[in-house]
Design a protein around this ligand. Structure first.
Ligand code: ZN
Length: 136
């Protein structure tokens, strides 16, 4: 699975976003170490609090189907039809990823305009992150 293919899948996933309130639509494609891909999009709610981000939808779908080892995630977001800038996952999603991913190895592809992307590690997005290794 190339980063480009994963990116294409995240862009497709964004089309399913349910964001009638903010208009900010997010797509995510999560690659497991076994080679499967789980897609996610943000899903808003009239009551606001139950709103969930696309990255967490992808992680929760994967975990609920028995996957707990991940290699990379591609993410994109924006309130226009075309993706404009590098969209970074929010703090809550970074923390959820930290639960399952090795911060130094897990890659996050931040999709930019025209399908370009920036690659960062989870450790770069969440330095000194609190994870399961502290719970032993
Ligand atoms: Zn988030």
């Amino acid at each position: 699975m190339t980063p480009e293919k994963l990116i294409e899948m995240a862009i497709q996933a964004r089309k399913s976003a349910y964001a009638p309130y903010s208009g900010y639509r997010v797509g995510a494609a999560l690659l497991t170490k076994s080679g499967k891909v789980y897609l996610g999009c943000n899903i808003e709610n009239a009551s606001y609090t139950p709103t969930v981000c696309g990255e967490r939808v992808a992680v929760f779908k994967a975990v609920s189907e028995g996957e707990q080892e991940f290699e990379a995630i591609a993410v994109c977001g924006g309130n226009k039809e075309e993706i404009e800038g590098g969209f970074p996952p929010c703090g809550v999603c970074r923390q959820v990823l930290r639960e399952f991913c090795n911060p130094d190895e897990f890659k996050v592809y931040l999709i930019e305009k025209g399908g370009a992307y920036k690659t960062v590690t989870l450790a770069e997005l969440l330095p000194y992150g609190f994870g399961p290794d502290y719970m032993h």
